[in-house]
Design a protein around this ligand. Structure first.
Ligand code: UDX
Length: 431
């Protein structure tokens, strides 16, 4: 099938590359001329395992191309995906400016039937609003459909998530639209859940909110565990073996970040309020998440008493491993709080040093974890990069000035870390 992807950011590019990989002819559009040039030169502007190879392979096979000119795809594609950003507004609601602009551009140029699919995470009822926007601006007599096909891509495993999904959700309002989307995904072995458009939009809101709820539950639980001297890892293991609960997304630590959960949760809370529905759990999930960072910093302070003039080595800054994404990373407020307490920060991240230089003030970035620990009074792990599992702890300890070790991701075993000479503190686990 001939597919157009509008917006070549994270979601758009992964979707475009994977659809091309499935054999479709895909054109990705982006208004950012520089980004299009980068893509045409075979470079992907962010880090996602396997994506660059997939892009290159499909460009070479002439199944994937890039342009900044939306008019080049509108009447040449059977399906157009809207994958533009939907940033948060100050009140937590989603800013749909870019979606509106694209809907109007499609409408202005459309001359024959096309299925317009919203893939970006958008508030419930956006599909209907996009339909009305196109209807108002399209030539009379030109038919189109709008559908919702939310993405469930995790950064770091987005290609796997796209090609081996647990489910494919399609929100449609006509048999023709359903048939097109079933054909598009026909080669993937996954249940297709076909619903009305609003229900599909809500599946996305509900899934992300529920996953965030599990994380905040585990984090609130970690504080109770600390208070009584229990082990949150064991408690969540015992809970998760009940198939009604499940083991995933119960990992306590410093809370969730990234481009999706914080933004989507705020947007869903905002929508519920506008609809006059009290969904207080969502506000609590956000509150627990925000205060979990403070909780971690308080742990550091209660061990070290005073951070004035002390050096802290930070291991990992991105919001989770296998990405270079710093959006809403818990490391940002944590580093700021530590600096406010007078700490000097030297930090190492496996992927995001370049991005971090622009984000953090007065932080020294190092080329390896040992340099980050050199001369430090304490080390704090903020991202569970695999690379950290195999460090030479005795060597790292010898480089440090003192032996405090704060594990914000519960990556290591307390007994082992103590045997390596550290005063080891993690989240919700006895020392
Ligand atoms: C998420 C959803 O998983 C995906 O389906 C959706 O489409 C986009 O948002 P992503 O933001 O890439 O994906 O990351 P994810 O792996 O879900 O992790 C989100 C955050 O939660 C990370 O900061 C991670 O460290 C944190 N997390 C996750 C925990 O703190 N504990 C857990 O048990 C799981």
């Amino acid at each position: 099938m001939k597919i157009g992807i509008i917006g070549s950011g994270y979601v758009g590019l992964v979707t475009g590359a994977c659809l091309a990989h499935l054999g479709h002819i895909v054109t990705c559009v982006d208004q950012d001329v520089e980004k299009v040039r980068t893509l045409k030169n075979g470079k992907v502007p962010f880090y996602e395992p396997g994506l660059m190879e997939m892009v290159l392979e499909n460009v070479a096979a002439k199944r994937l191309s890039f342009t900044h000119d939306i008019t080049r795809i509108v009447n040449r594609c059977e399906v157009l995906f809207i994958c533009v950003h939907t940033p948060s507004r100050a009140n937590g609601g989603a800013d749909l400016r870019f979606v509106e602009k694209v809907a109007k551009q499609i409408a202005t140029h459309l001359r024959k039937y096309c299925l317009v699919v919203e893939k970006s995470t958008v508030p419930v009822e956006t599909g209907e609003w996009v339909r009305r926007t196109i209807k108002r601006n399209v030539r009379s007599g030109v038919h189109f459909d709008v559908a919702s096909n939310p993405e469930f891509l995790r950064e770091g495993s987005a290609i796997h998530d796209f090609l081996q999904p647990d489910r494919i959700v399609i929100g449609v309002s006509s048999a023709r639209a359903e048939k097109l989307l079933r054909k598009l995904y026909g080669s993937l072995k996954a249940p297709i859940i076909a619903t009305d458009i609003k229900s599909a939009e809500l599946i996305k809101h509900a899934s992300n909110s529920f996953l965030s709820t599990k994380i905040s539950f585990a984090n609130a639980l970690s504080r109770v565990c600390d208070a009584v001297g229990a082990d949150v890892e064991k408690v969540t293991l015992g809970m998760g073996l009940d198939p009604r609960i499940g083991p995933q997304f119960l990992k306590a630590g410093i809370g969730f970040g990234g481009s999706c959960f914080p933004k989507d949760l705020s947007a869903f809370l905002h929508i519920s309020e506008q609809l006059g529905v009290r969904f207080d759990i969502l506000a609590d999930v956000l509150r627990v998440n925000d205060t979990q960072r403070e909780y971690f910093v308080r742990k550091i302070l209660s061990e070290m008493r005073n951070l004035k003039g002390k050096t802290l080595g930070i291991l990992g800054l991105v919001f989770k491993p296998d990405t270079d994404d710093m959006r809403s990373a818990p490391s940002i407020p944590i580093v700021q709080m530590l600096q406010k307490e007078g700490a000097r920060i030297q930090a190492y991240d496996c992927q995001a040093t370049a991005k971090c230089r622009a984000l953090f003030r007065e932080v020294t970035f190092t080329d390896d974890p040992y340099q980050a620990a050199k001369g430090a009074h304490a080390v704090a792990v903020l991202t569970e990069w695999k690379e950290f599992l195999n460090l030479d702890w005795k060597r790292l300890r010898r480089l440090m000035r003192s032996n405090f070790f704060f594990d914000g991701r519960n990556m290591f075993q307390p007994t082992e870390m103590k045997a390596n000479g550290f005063r080891y503190v993690s989240v919700g686990r006895p020392a």
